[in-house]
Write a protein that binds this ligand. Structure first.
Ligand code: SAH
Ligand code: SF4
Ligand code: F3S
Length: 466
């Protein structure tokens, strides 16, 4: 049996893509193993959103190099956004890498691994599509072939077989790529132009998932609100219409999505939250900065007022809706006053949680070339103040749940105490609780305490709701 191991970095889109890689490998007769050192095929699904993501991956790749020098029959594959951003350069810098592919080429992995590209010893022969193997510069012993790279967008990973991490939760890739031009962001160059999958195909997939026991689906796209705009007129539906159609599918108890862009989220989507039973009371609305001047330099195309209007609209229609966000600290030219404007928005909105990032210049992006890069110590000091405020507000917000009975989808044992259980509310709050439920159950939990990150509670007996 050929064995494989996948390490995933980055966002939910990469989690999704890795599930498709696993599904494809399983269908080719490969077996997944828990430890990288036990794998004949070592795969990485990479991210390049910040320098730290690159570095984390490169440290892991170092281990793969050592494993491969111990056993040169192993195959090392690198997929995802980092691979896409460096393309063929990967083979020059890391000659032990056999195969590299971008996010639009995941299905090509199968091509490498079909019978005639692997010899009797499990060695990878690099023969594909009638092309002769290329010779690497600086041959490495018996394995002198160069790696093969695939980087043109060819198709959605969403068509491939999937292997889900939990049987009752699934990702649904509704679009690929991004047409925005946020000046700090590498994603448009790694994932390409936006392409929506046709609604009929998506709804058929959700129906199959529901029949297969899935209770929660998370719709994925870089800018979900732009969904459908590129589809032919006779197929075109809006994102709000798609949400309503998914909500109508029996068996789907929870619908989540990520991420909407504040410039595009409209009242129809907000109303869907108020009206669709399965649509969760949570919106992730990336702020990035509270300063209109910085938002302009980021090319986010909304300003502080417009963002706050959206928040007011959400609070009007769905008063209890959890709001979460992404914030970048230390974008080029960010003054203390600009940063203060971010703190003001955080204080005013009072997010249920926020992902905070130190700005990281990315190759090929507009912002990397801007003057006035903020010195690292200033970024770090601002980050500390931001995190303290985020946590304070999140803790205050979480207090509203104490004393309430909340519907929780059980995910497994608590990470801190395996004798207890862990699950999530529709607000996407993690709850650690005492109870007897099983993963995949939906139960009522009485909330007894709250921190900025998690809730604590007790399962209500005879409360099983699903
Ligand atoms: N498409 C999604 C998410 C993009 S990446 C969206 O627009 O919401 C996730 C987050 O990473 C972004 O929201 C942003 O806050 C952060 N990010 C992106 N590029 C960055 C960079 N160069 N430095 C620091 N953070 C960055
Ligand atoms: Fe990047 Fe902006 Fe697109 Fe999000 S919307 S992926 S931040 S370019
Ligand atoms: Fe990273 Fe690509 Fe996602 S750069 S954040 S894996 S879209």
């Amino acid at each position: 049996m050929r064995t494989y191991h996948v390490t995933t970095f980055g966002c939910q889109m990469n989690e999704h893509d890795s599930e498709r890689m696993r599904g494809m490998l399983d269908s080719l007769g490969y077996e997944e193993v828990a430890e990288r050192e036990d794998a004949a095929l070592i795969l990485f699904n990479t991210c390049s959103i910040r320098e730290a993501a690159d570095n984390r991956f490169l440290a892991h790749l170092g281990q793969a190099k050592r494993l491969k020098s111990d056993d040169p029959t192993r195959v090392v594959g690198v997929g995802g956004c980092w691979a896409q951003s460096v393309k063929e350069e990967v083979f020059r810098r890391f000659p032990f890498v056999d195969v590299a592919f971008g996010p639009g080429q995941i299905h090509r992995l199968a091509e490498f691994l079909t019978a005639d590209s692997i010899d009797a010893h499990g060695r990878f022969l690099m023969r594909d599509a009638g092309r002769e193997p290329e010779c690497a510069q600086g041959a490495q012993g018996a394995r002198a072939e160069a790696g093969r790279g695939y980087f043109e967008f060819e198709g959605f990973a969403g068509h491939l077989p999937m292997k889900r991490a939990r049987e009752f939760q699934a990702w649904l890739q509704i679009s690929q790529g991004c047409n925005c031009v946020c000046s700090y962001c590498i994603v448009p160059s790694t994932r390409g132009r936006e392409q929506s999958r046709p609604p009929g195909e998506l709804l058929a997939e959700v129906e199959r998932l529901a029949a297969d026991g899935v209770l929660e689906v998370t719709l994925l796209g870089q800018n979900v609100n732009a969904y459908g705009r590129d589809l032919p007129r006779d197929e075109r539906v809006t994102f709000a219409e798609l949400l309503r159609a998914v909500d109508a599918i029996p068996g789907i108890r929870r619908i989540r999505y990520t991420s909407p862009h504040p410039k595009d989220i409209r009242e129809d989507v907000i109303r869907a939250h108020a009206e669709c039973e399965a649509l969760c009371e949570h919106i992730h609305l990336p702020l990035q900065s509270g300063s209109s001047r910085i938002l302009k330099a980021m090319r986010r195309t909304y300003n502080r007022e417009r963002y706050l209007d959206r928040v007011a609209q959400i609070r009007e229609h769905v008063p209890d809706c959890a709001l979460t966000t992404d914030i970048i600290v230390g974008f080029p030219g960010e003054s203390e006053e600009d940063f203060q404007a971010t703190l003001d928005v955080v204080s005013e909105v009072a997010y249920d949680s926020a992902y905070t990032f130190v700005y990281s210049p990315r190759r090929g992006t507009e912002a990397a070339e801007l003057p006035d890069q903020v010195p690292h110590p200033v970024k770090v000091e601002r980050m500390e103040r931001l995190v303290a405020l985020v946590q304070e507000r999140a803790r205050e917000r979480a207090e509203r749940f104490v004393g309430r009975a909340m519907e929780v989808l059980v995910e497994g044992p608590s990470r801190t105490d395996p004798a207890r259980l862990r699950g999530r509310t529709t607000h996407n709050k993690t709850v650690n609780f005492d109870g007897t439920a099983e993963p995949g159950d939906i139960v009522e939990v009485e909330i007894t305490a709250a921190t900025s990150m998690t809730l604590n509670g007790q399962e209500r007996l005879l409360s099983r709701v699903g």
